[in-house]
Ligand binder design. Sequence first.
Ligand SMILES: C[S@@+](CC[C@H](N)C(=O)[O-])C[C@H]1O[C@@H](n2cnc3c(N)ncnc32)[C@H](O)[C@@H]1O
Length: 189
Amino acid sequence: MHPRSTRGQHRARHRCSRVQRAGPQWVLDLFAGSGNTLYWIAKRVGAQRGIGFELDDAVFELARKNISLMGLKIDLVHEGYEVGLRALNVPDDQLVILFVAPPWGQALKETSGLDLRRTTPPVSDVIDLTTAALARNQLLFGIQVHETVNPESLAEISARFESSKLTIYDINAPGQNHGLLLGTWGWTA
Ligand SMILES: C[S@@+](CC[C@H](N)C(=O)[O-])C[C@H]1O[C@@H](n2cnc3c(N)ncnc32)[C@H](O)[C@@H]1O
């Protein structure tokens, strides 16, 4: 849990009660790739809107074709997440669910695991830019991690949230599993 002032705790509690009353959510995948994760999260929560940002031309075109062939109700935007977020017009106080899985590149090392400070872009930059762009909303982040994750980099991210929870899955062989860090911003779980 992220320590807050008494005033902050009041604000968080107030926001929490509003989250519980909130209607259908918006779901954003800031690094949409295939759009697969976005589709399943939006379907699972019964989202009002599902929007993904994808920068790469070839990935965007392929995902766009697949989404349209399958008639999926998600909007894929051919923009970097930085530009895409600023252009959104999310209703105030809407709960926004955000999936964050930027390219890992050199951030994943066999010996030390995933360093969230070394993804492209760093996860902390993504969180800070998102919270600035959607400052009037309650946010629920889902950040993809590896089963071995650098503890300092994890602490740096968790400190940005009012509450957080890490789950590591054991679906694959040891060493090949992913996990999910959930974090609330603007409310507490
Ligand atoms: C790990 S993949 C995401 C996988 C995706 N969540 C899925 O369900 O398939 C990362 C994607 O982010 C894209 N990307 C990289 N930088 C980006 C940026 N600044 N804004 C939006 N997309 C970006 C890459 O082209 C790549 O397709």
